[in-house]
Ligand binder design. Structure first.
Ligand SMILES: Cc1cc2nc3c(=O)[nH]c(=O)nc-3n(C[C@H](O)[C@H](O)[C@H](O)COP(=O)(O)OP(=O)(O)OC[C@H]3O[C@@H](n4cnc5c(N)ncnc54)[C@H](O)[C@@H]3O)c2cc1C
Length: 406
């Protein structure tokens, strides 16, 4: 079986490792001269967002066959609003080194890949789809899913970041929210070591040209005194993807929409979807079915994203005060209860009820009239599943087959 993987990032490399395990030797195409992002940074993974998974590193090894060594465990989160700083402690997640360092996550994965990697090669999915049995698109952006008509944009964020020198706790992530420089986003600091850290500002719906404005406002507002040794600007794309397979092309990682929409953390989604794409190819299982739990997780975080888009500094401050209050803090951070899932469900339900009440009031119908029986609107027709077959040429796939996950 001939399999091509476009992109030797988190999803593409994870996919290659799993295919090899099944006896398939894929070919990888990577536009850069080596694996790893051009700028070093430290990615955090929050255990709260992956429950009931207790330990993400063990989970990746056990369920996905990926033996990864994190940079450090995350033991403390410092949350900063314009009004206060609060902290939580516990087994909160992990830090992973990203970039071209020999110990980076990409290089750890790459050392397990024995299949050929064609570096300095910008691949085209249409060309490869005609020559290979399967093509896995793991390009870390929305180009291919948009060309295939599977991408529904949700949000675009500009990411401004730097490697900074100073004094840091290697086990602590610091997070800031202040709408004057984060808008509906946030800033965070993740440590490489006690002397070096990565500082990242994520501003939704801002053009790259505005990145420097928000970045300097952030430094001024927080009176930061770090020394910058390297900096970068990046654009993050958030979107729904459906379907995740078009003909013989499978979409993984960010190209498959596997990035949670609240904080834009997509590392675990990329690794998991890469492995699942490989399993679908090697075992003939339905990729759409395999990624269903991931889609559900991404969908859950959307309600928090919508909230954060509208939230004022006071709203965020209230949230921080509530979740870090004694008692509740223990319950949220030191148990394995699925808070994200249940809070998302309650918020969605509450929003539906509130919308309905608003509608009833708008129609002049007293909301509490016991005789009133609202008529359920007819369910929208289900979009037809795409037939399997050759990859449609661009321009022939203009319809949008995505759908909101119920
Ligand atoms: C600054 C920053 C901080 C982040 N912090 C976190 C975090 O703290 N926690 C977290 O969970 N996530 C974080 N993320 C997100 C996370 O890094 C991504 O979700 C994850 O890397 C996505 O993996 P991927 O494989 O889809 O894409 P990538 O890892 O970006 O890999 C894509 C690869 O495809 C290659 N490529 C693209 N197009 C082509 C082509 N046509 N031909 C050949 N090669 C191609 C690229 O060169 C790249 O190597 C962060 C991202 C950034 C940018």
């Amino acid at each position: 079986m001939r399999v091509a993987i476009i992109g030797a990032g988190a999803a593409g490399l994870a996919c290659a490792v799993e295919l090899q395990r099944h006896g398939v030797v894929p070919e990888l195409f990577e536009q850069r001269p080596r694996v790893g992002e051009l700028f070093p940074h430290v990615a955090g993974t929050l255990q709260l967002f992956n429950r009931p998974v207790d330990d993400q590193v063990r989970y990746l090894r056990r369920e996905f066959g990926l033996a990864l060594t994190p940079l450090a465990p995350m033991r403390r989160i410092l949350m900063k609003t314009p009004y206060r700083t609060r902290e939580v402690r516990g087994r909160l997640g992990y830090f992973f080194l990203r970039g071209q360092d020999p110990d980076s996550l990409e290089n750890q994965l790459c050392s397990a890949v024995t299949s050929p990697i064609h570096f300095n090669t910008r691949a085209d999915h249409r060309y490869l789809a005609r020559r290979y049995d399967y093509v896995v698109v793991a390009t870390g952006n929305n180009e291919v899913p948009a060309a295939l008509g599977c991408w529904q944009p949700l949000m675009k964020a500009v990411v401004r970041g730097a490697v900074v020198l100073g004094e840091f706790d290697p086990y602590t992530i610091v997070m800031w929210v202040d709408t004057q420089y984060t808008k509906g986003g946030y800033a965070y600091l993740t440590p490489f070591s006690a002397r070096r850290a990565s500082l990242v500002l994520n501003v939704p719906d801002a053009p790259p040209a505005a990145a420097d404005y928000y970045w300097s406002t952030f430094w001024r507002a927080e009176n930061l005194r770090y020394q910058v040794v390297e900096d970068f600007v990046w654009e993050h794309y958030f979107g729904w993807v459906y379907p995740h397979r078009v003909g013989n092309v499978l979409l993984a990682g960010i190209a498959g929409g596997f990035m949670e929409t609240f904080l834009g953390f997509g590392l675990l989604g990329a690794l998991r979807s890469g492995v699942l794409a490989a399993r679908a190819i090697a075992t003939g299982q339905d990729y759409e079915e395999l990624v269903k739990p991931l889609r559900r997780e991404m969908h859950q975080t959307l309600v928090f994203r919508e909230w954060l888009n509208r939230a004022t500094n006071r709203d965020v401050d209230l949230l921080v005060r509530v979740i870090t209050s004694p008692g509740l803090r223990q319950l949220i951070y030191n148990t394995n209860l699925e808070w994200i899932k249940w809070t998302a469900r309650s918020m969605t339900l509450w929003r539906r009820v509130a919308d309905r009440l608003r509608q009833l009031r708008g129609a002049g119908i007293p909301a509490r009239d016991p005789k009133h029986r609202p008529v359920r609107p007819a369910a929208p027709p289900r979009p037809a599943e795409r037939p399997e077959g050759p990859v449609p040429a661009p321009g022939r796939s203009r319809e949008r087959p995505w759908r909101r996950i119920p």
